[in-house]
Design a protein around this ligand. Structure first.
Ligand code: FAD
Ligand code: SIN
Length: 529
């Protein structure tokens, strides 16, 4: 079965919904999501959205903080575009109905996070993402031109095979639907808004949808991918045997939270002048080093001096979730560990979301615009999703207009070949666990040449097994995701092996210094499909 639209949007997080909402003024839009409409990284965002709104703040300062966190690899133009368009995009979101906390002067309440020299984070208590999704979805519901397809997993991009390699336009993609059928979605432009790949690692703050599908599909289709070695580890994920991926927001440190060892002593002052509010890479590495030094399984985030009343009103979600796990943050420090959080690299795009393949756009976490460089500044991701989701629309609309009529020859329907129902799904669960564990152990916060080489050897074997399984058996969502995390894992390793220095989120004991003379540039990879 084939569906045809003007705009195909893969993903319903902040970036995809922003794009879809505005693109609907120019034609028909399909938004595909893997699970429910709202399930996404965006839904779980806590801290907020960084933007210059305070009188004592300036674009220059936000730009400077972003560049410092990015450790020399941000593209200044991308940073300027994101920062300078931030206030307008935020107000547009508020006009759509997003309700953010208000400050004393009736404007936005602004909180602070690591690496920011000012209070500039707009937030909806500690559930900012939920509010962003609510507002965007209800605005989308008012647009007749937008059609949602939930439980719909894009498998691979469809290329126009009649063109020579390297010039093949993206025509849409094959999609596994909830009933097990595989359908063809065609469009004048295809926009990847598929988010990140936290599930590549054993411990992550990300929900299950974050399996790097966009990067993997784009790579297989021949798009340029960059900077995958810069995977961000959030310093403070709740450490509890029953808690799956629960983030303890950086805003807690912004409001005065202190990181302590088991014996109660603080340690961040030994690592950075900004202490617990240093950029994330520094804090995550410091915690990792302290855990290795002391042999402890976690460190602690102490909020007890701030009082129950403040904690309950400022962090209602974190307060109640900790309570559910038996932790009363008003009287006891919260046990925390670093966990994989954000993909700073991704599909290379220009400042309008255009990827390197004709007809393909990428926005949000899946994209590498140059905004984040070697390390993303806190709360700059939702900002990037809003700004680049908006900017991509005008260019995509022009492209769609130029694509008149249906393709002369329809691309072939999905060919099932000789695939049969699987009789040994254990390969999927086993390899899923193995990829994530080896990435955690060998390609985590601290790397070495030896660990990377080990990871690569194992990934080569695993990818071959997964490839065989993928072609032999009927496609399921688990297999699609497994194939993608394995491809993304390899890209992370390849980029990490290429970079013979330490910078931002890529830290290796073999090359502990930053080497600006040789490495002040992106790591770009691509393959010929
Ligand atoms: P997502 O919101 O992740 O959406 C991805 C979408 O793509 C989903 O709808 C998914 O179903 C769909 N999808 C994926 N693969 C496929 C496929 N194969 N086929 C079809 N659909 C697919 N950033 C901030 O700036 N501030 C914060 O306070 C903040 N807090 C965070 C807290 C947590 C716990 C986490 C995990 C992240 C946080 N981040 C924060 C990061 C930020 O939330 C994300 O980077 C951002 O929301 C990504 O938005 P996105 O639109 O690119 O993708
Ligand atoms: C947080 O609330 O700590 C997450 C913020 C972010 O990822 O930008």
């Amino acid at each position: 079965m084939a569906h045809s639209f003007d705009f195909l949007v893969l993903g319903g997080g902040v970036a995809g919904l922003t794009f879809a909402l505005e693109a609907s003024a120019h034609g028909s839009v399909a938004v595909l999501t893997k699970r429910s409409r709202s399930e996404s990284n965006t839904l779980y965002a806590q801290g907020g959205i960084a933007s210059v709104l305070a009188e004592d703040d300036s674009f220059d300062e936000h730009i400077q903080d972003t560049l410092v966190a990015g450790a020399g690899l941000c593209k200044r133009e991308a940073v300027e575009v994101a920062v300078k368009n931030g206030p307008e995009r935020l107000r547009a979101l508020a006009d759509l109905g997003a309700r953010f906390n208000e400050g004393d002067n009736g404007d936005f309440d602004l909180t602070r996070e690591g690496g920011h020299s000012r209070r500039r984070i707009v937030h909806a208590s500690d559930i900012t993402g939920k509010e962003v999704i609510r507002a965007l979805l209800s605005a989308c519901d008012e647009k007749q031109n937008i059609q949602f397809f939930t439980d719909s997993t894009a498998i691979d991009l469809i290329l126009d095979k009649k063109k020579p390699r390297g010039q093949r336009r993206v025509l849409g993609c094959y999609v596994l639907r909830g009933d097990g059928g595989i359908e063809t979605f065609l469009a004048k432009t295809t926009t990847l808004a598929t988010g990140g790949a936290g599930k590549v690692y054993l411990y992550t703050t990300n929900p299950d949808i974050a399996s790097g599908d966009g990067v993997a599909m784009a790579y297989r289709a021949g798009a340029k991918i960059a900077n995958m070695e810069f995977y961000q580890f959030h310093p403070t994920c709740l450490f509890h045997p029953e808690a799956k991926s629960f983030l303890i927001s950086e805003a807690l440190r912004g409001e005065g939270g202190k990181l302590r060892l088991r014996n109660g002593s603080t340690f961040m002052e030994r690592y950075h002048p900004q202490g617990a509010l240093a950029p994330r890479d520094v804090v995550a590495r410091a915690i990792d080093a302290e855990m290795k030094r002391t042999g402890d399984e976690c460190v602690h985030l102490d909020m007890t001096h701030l009082g129950r009343k403040f904690l309950m009103s400022r962090f209602p979600n974190i307060y109640s979730t900790c309570k559910e796990f038996g932790i009363d943050m008003a009287v006891q420090p919260i046990p925390v560990v670093p966990a994989a959080h954000y993909q700073c690299g991704g599909v290379v795009t220009d400042l309008y979301g255009r990827a390197s393949l004709p007809g393909l756009f990428a926005i949000g976490e899946v994209a590498c615009t140059g905004l984040h460089g070697a390390n993303r500044l806190a709360s700059n991701s939702l900002l990037g999703g809003l700004v680049f989701g908006h900017r991509a629309v005008a260019v995509a609309a022009d492209e769609a207009k130029a694509q008149t009529g249906a393709p002369k020859e329809m691309p072939p329907e999905w060919d099932k070949g000789t695939a049969v129902e699987s009789d040994e799904s254990v390969l999927v669960s086993h390899n899923w666990e193995e990829v994530r564990r080896l990435m955690w152990n060998y390609v985590g916060i601290v790397r070495t040449d030896k660990r990377l080489a080990r990871a690569r050897r194992r990934l080569d074997v695993l990818r071959e097994e997964i490839r065989e399984y993928y072609w032999k058996f009927t496609v399921t969502r688990d297999v699609i995701e497994l194939r993608n995390i394995a491809d993304v894992a390899l890209l992370i390793v390849e980029c990490a092996q290429a970079r013979k220095e330490s910078r931002g989120l890529h830290y290796t004991l073999d090359y502990p210094q930053t080497d600006d003379a040789h490495w002040a540039h992106d790591t770009v990879v691509s393959r010929t499909p």
